[in-house]
Design a protein around this ligand. Structure first.
Ligand code: GAP
Length: 444
């Protein structure tokens, strides 16, 4: 019978599944939660790790022109002066004098009355609200000891440009990549893990000689990022690459593209790709008085390379993988997460048909243990219908069942998640079967 696909999941359904199956939990839940912070459960931690691995593999491991980096989260406060974050990293904030609720000015359709309590004339004038989270270093808590949790990972790369190119012996064009935590004191965190106050970024800063090749390299990065999302199965009709006009991008940027995904609540940014000219290195050279230009041995001259940046949100990409994979079907009714096999937290589940048959349990456990070093596996046993239902809901591409026949002839049932097709295979052939279908295993 042909299966009927329902509409895509709502955010309520997806967040309920995320909680029920252990993908994400609100942080500090037993104390009532803390807005803008989330914890990743056993499956969510694997999902997020796989997203990071997939990004890293493509942007660092497979390329000889991008090197790895890992900067500290707290850096010298002058970095944020030079970058403009202290003076300009603001959202406009409006308060309601009656109910004391706070709003981002760009999210209010009218300033006439408070959207929460309805009081007319209670909203304040918009004022600047700096998004950086502050802390203090050492025993004193004053302006001299103020430090900031980085609002982006990129600045750690810019200030280390010279250290990296000299030690890695790289000459432009080449890139520096890192994945790491960033913090923003968002006024209105929300939409599950979309807008958080603590999140992870994957940033790649590509330094290009000013020889006329920059726009072609920028276009190559946009194409490479487009291919990455397609390779990992993000539905093309829910993804758009929005090219920013000159009016929409900062004055120094020569080009910019926002990667956007159509979430159940509407379009939201996942990544920004930008041609930032020499702005960042210039700003740090000016403030620090240090020369960060590249010294070209061939021409014995210095120059400031141009910069192409790809800055993606890991939590947002992880959320996209979850939202995009979510599917409900009728005939038979089921919820299934159609994760790409490299992204799926569990790639193969091994079941024993009966929990109380020691020989079946032992055989299934031994098959599962044998696969464990190359495939992300899970062992389970019990009612087969419930077992399939659970694995569909966590997006496991293959389920392998050990039953009484296995004990006779050494065959097992392999069931494929999307088609639900089942076939009988010799247990010895399982590693090869999975290898052919799951692709290269690099994140074990
Ligand atoms: N270095 C450039 C930069 O940071 P951005 O557009 O401000 O650019 C890049 O941030 C990406 O970081 C965004 O596209 C988004 O995926 C992620 N991001 C930014 N703020 C976030 C937040 N509050 N919560 C989750 N992810 C966020």
């Amino acid at each position: 019978m042909a299966r009927v696909h329902e509409q895509r999941g709502t955010m309520e359904e997806i967040t309920a599944l995320a909680k029920r199956r252990g993908f994400m939990f609100p942080s500090s839940e037993i104390y009532g939660g803390i807005a803008g912070f989330f914890d990743y459960g056993p499956l969510g931690a694997l999902l997020k790790r796989n997203v990071k691995e997939a990004w890293w593999r493509e942007n660092v491991t497979k390329r000889d022109d991008v090197v790895a980096f890992d900067a500290s989260i707290i850096m010298h406060p002058e970095i944020w002066q030079a970058s403009g974050h202290i003076d300009q990293f603001h959202d406009k904030l409006i308060d309601c004098r009656t109910c004391k609720h706070r709003f981002r000015a760009d999210q209010l359709s009218s300033l006439e009355k408070c959207p929460d309590c309805g009081t007319k004339g209670s909203l304040t004038e918009p004022r600047n609200f700096n998004l950086m989270l502050q802390t203090f270093l050492g025993p004193m808590q004053d302006s001299a000891s103020t430090a900031y949790l980085r609002p982006e990972t990129a600045q750690g790369i810019f200030v280390n440009f010279k250290n990296v190119y000299q030690t890695a012996r790289k000459r432009p064009p080449f890139g520096i990549a890192q994945i790491g935590k960033a913090f923003r004191n968002e006024i209105t965190p929300g939409n599950f893990t979309y807008r958080m106050r603590e999140f992870e970024q994957a940033e790649m800063e590509y330094f290009v000689p000013d020889d006329g090749s920059d726009m072609a390299i920028y276009a190559q990065w946009v194409a490479a990022r487009k291919k990455w999302y397609a390779d990992y199965g993000v539905k093309s009709e829910r993804l758009r690459f929005y090219e920013l006009s000159a009016d929409e991008r900062p004055h120094y940027a020569r080009a910019g593209t926002d990667v956007e995904y159509e979430f159940p609540w509407g379009w939201g940014e996942l990544e920004s790709i930008a041609h930032r000219g020499t702005y960042d290195l210039d700003a740090h050279m000016k403030r620090s008085g240090k020369d960060l230009r590249y010294f070209d041995e061939a021409t014995k001259s210095h120059y400031t390379p141009l910069l192409i940046e790809s800055s993606a949100g890991i939590d947002r990409t992880t959320l996209v993988m979850l939202v995009d994979a979510y599917d409900t079907e009728r005939s038979p009714d089921r919820v299934v997460l159609r994760f790409h096999p490299q992204i799926a937290p569990v790639q193969a589940a091994v079941f024993s048909l009966a929990r109380n048959k020691p020989d079946l349990v032992e055989r299934s456990r031994s098959i599962e243990q044998g696969l464990r070093t190359t495939v992300r596996t899970q062992y389970d046993d019990g009612n087969i219908g419930q077992l399939y239902r659970r694995q569909d809901e966590i997006g496991t591409p293959f389920c392998i069942t050990v039953d009484y026949e296995t004990m006779q002839d050494g065959t097992v049932t392999v069931r494929e998640r999307d088609s639900m097709r089942q076939e009988r295979l010799s247990a010895d052939r399982i590693p090869q079967y999975l290898n052919e279908r799951l692709g290269p295993q690099t994140n074990q």
